[in-house]
Ligand binder design. Structure first.
Ligand code: NAD
Ligand code: UDP
Length: 347
């Protein structure tokens, strides 16, 4: 198992027998909000390749048509430009809904925190209402941010978190916590079939090179020969999951039968400081950029590492791609994005 330098979780756990997977069937319909974004567009590809009808709903605030342009002429693929905070008046059968719409990068979700909160909370309720009307199963893209700046490590699903309700990250963290509550209550009181994935930092091809997250920043800076911007002293940690591992986890969570309405952590337990990540990026790009230290943003979590015991037991899922290997798969994508952008600037 290739998590990176630190492997394993905190010991064996049992959650009962493994559940049967009901694989997605050609002709079924999946609706993906945020489908033009990094993760959402990867899900659009996954289901389009398997001949499901795919409805992609996105307002293109952080997503890009470039991520889904190749799908737009395919029969069975529909793009709807729409803000999820506004009710979606669709009257057709839907089997599965992925609720992915929301900027995920801190600088992006902090541009308009009220809009971010509305996207998460009102957007989630609108999608829950659609799921109730159509009988679709709905999966919430929740986040490790519900644990805030944690005082335990690794974080398991039973940990209740340490979140500042009034800081710059609160619109996102508290929005996602409130969305989890809505999902839970629509399930308990109104019988909606829900799944809740707590996604830890995920990277890979398809990320917006300019979105301001650490992997895209460091790789783009290294490719440009610019200094790598390390916030704080760089000793804070994150656990980075490669895109395809994460998508496999989301799909397993969506299509595994059984009582799976409780949150499930999805992430790679390999834990790295930002200084270690910078070093890996320099090694894998061959750059010799300097590091510059910038102030640590307020409420930036000091540590983050998932306990994935529940996902292993319930979904038979664990990540397979270590950080160094994932960077090797991702760097060529950023190289081509740079080339594309410079061609555009010259034209
Ligand atoms: P992203 O920013 O690339 O994609 C988000 C998509 O949502 C974009 O296409 C954007 O245009 C769309 N969107 C935003 N607000 C919208 C609105 N009001 N109406 C319709 N569409 C809207 O981010 P991502 O990394 O693909 O993240 C997808 C989801 O996964 C998000 O909900 C995020 O919170 C969650 N998540 C991601 C990570 C990660 O590391 N990538 C970690 C935890 C959780
Ligand atoms: N970070 C950094 N340099 C950057 C961007 C981010 O050192 O150019 C740090 C940031 O302070 C945080 C970590 O990298 O400690 C992960 O940041 P990111 O925005 O990718 O995700 P999140 O903070 O939401 O986990």
């Amino acid at each position: 198992v290739l998590y990176g330098k630190q492997t394993g979780t905190s010991g064996p756990r049992t959650y009962g027998s493994r559940r049967l997977q009901s694989l997605p069937q050609a002709g079924q319909t999946v609706l993906i909000t945020g489908g033009a974004g990094f993760l959402g567009s990867t899900l659009c590809n996954y289901y389009a390749e398997r001949k499901l009808r795919v409805i992609c709903v996105d307002n293109l605030s952080t997503g890009r048509m470039r991520n889904i342009a190749h799908l737009c002429d395919m029969p069975g693929f529909t793009f709807i430009k729409h803000d999820v905070a506004v009710p979606l008046d669709l009257h057709e059968p839907i089997d599965f809904i992925y609720n992915m719409a929301c900027p995920a990068s801190p600088p992006k979700y902090q541009i308009d925190p009220i809009e971010t909160f509305h996207t998460i909370v009102i957007g989630s309720e609108n999608m829950l209402l659609l799921a109730e009307r159509t009988g679709a199963r709905i999966l919430e893209a929740s986040t490790s941010e519900v644990y805030g700046d944690p005082d335990v490590s690794p974080q398991s699903e039973s940990y209740r978190g340490r979140v500042n309700t009034m800081g710059p990250r609160a619109c996102y963290d508290e929005g996602k916590r409130a969305a989890e509550t809505l999902f839970h209550d629509y399930h308990e009181r109104r019988g909606v079939d829900i799944r809740v994935a707590r996604i830890f930092n995920t990277y890979g091809p398809g990320m917006d090179p300019e979105d301001g997250r650490v992997v895209s920043n460091f790789v783009m800076q290294a490719l440009e020969g610019a200094p790598l911007t390390v916030y704080g002293d760089g000793t804070q940690t994150r656990s980075f999951c490669y895109r395809d591992d994460l998508i496999a986890g989301l799909v397993a969570l969506m299509h595994t039968e059984g009582d799976l309405a409780s949150p499930v952590n999805l992430g790679n337990p390999g834990e790295f400081t930002m200084l270690e990540l910078a070093q890996l990026v320099l090694e894998e790009t061959g750059a010799n950029s300097e590091l510059i230290m910038l102030p640590l943003p307020q409420d930036d979590p000091r540590i983050r590492r998932p306990d994935i015991g529940r996902a292993k037991a319930m979904l038979d899922w664990e990540p397979k791609i270590a950080l160094r290997d994932g960077l090797r798969l991702t760097i060529p994508y950023f190289v081509s994005e740079r080339a594309l952008n410079s061609t555009r600037l010259e034209a």
